[in-house]
Design a protein around this ligand. Structure first.
Ligand code: CA
Length: 230
């Protein structure tokens, strides 16, 4: 099971480093960005599971970036925790208005931040995926390494199995081909993006007998999403 990925966008290096140190000790992978532009590049490439976003950034402000991210299909469902300065109550309310999921007031303790992150992650997706995952009669056993649909065993290759496992543990969010390559194939594997389409096609075929192929949705111009919602 891979670590959850946190991205911190903050222009103060001391805070960034303190936070990343605390994140890694808590078992997260942590990436850092100095401003909104760097942050957006990192999001596109790495598909973080949660973003810590400083309110006061040079250039594009944290709140403007939050608003942008919540508008885009590809980034809408990434939870955001705003880092705000003390006493800016109005800011915090505005932050939640633009779609931030929570906020933490500076100065904060690493322990408090980790607790808030865990609370937000628990809300948006299962904390530690169960060994046996079930969606709509489609069952994946990650220990026994088998998949069944409404009681019937399904045959699929190892890549399709990993892809399905990733989707079932990351539902309702759109992932681009590049992000799927990064998260399912791994960073050091050189395959073309259309390889993703080939394996998506095979996976859909493997699970189509009971209509589960509809769970894997193509999002035009963005990528793929696993969801029970149409
Ligand atoms: Ca700042």
């Amino acid at each position: 099971m891979e670590n959850r990925r946190i991205l911190i966008i903050e222009d103060e290096p001391a805070i960034r480093e303190m936070v990343c140190f605390a994140m890694e000790r808590a078992g997260f992978d942590c990436a850092q960005a100095n401003d909104a532009e760097e942050g957006q590049a990192c999001i596109a490439e790495r598909a973080p599971d949660l973003i810590l976003l400083d309110w006061m950034l040079p250039g594009i402000s944290g709140v403007d970036l939050a608003r942008r991210l919540k508008r885009e299909e590809l980034t809408r469902n990434i939870p955001i925790i705003m880092l705000t300065a003390k006493g800016e109550e109005a800011d915090r309310i505005r932050g939640l208005d633009v779609g931030a999921d929570d906020y933490v007031v500076k100065p904060f303790s690493p322990r408090e931040l980790v607790a808030r992150i865990n609370a937000v992650l628990r809300r948006v997706s299962p904390e530690t995926p169960e060994p046996v995952l079930e969606v709509d009669g489609l069952v994946l056993d990650s220990v026994g390494h088998w998949v069944s649909a409404k009681g019937q065993r399904l045959e699929m290759g190892p890549t399709e199995f990993r892809l399905l496992h990733f989707f079932m543990t990351h539902p309702d969010r759109v992932y681009s081909r590049e992000q799927l390559l990064d998260r399912v194939w791994g960073r050091n594997v050189y395959v073309e993006e259309r390889t993703v389409d080939v394996h998506i096609r095979r996976l859909r075929k493997a699970i189509e007998a009971r209509g589960h192929d509809k769970l894997i949705q193509t999002v035009r111009g963005a990528g793929y999403r696993f969801s029970t919602r149409g």
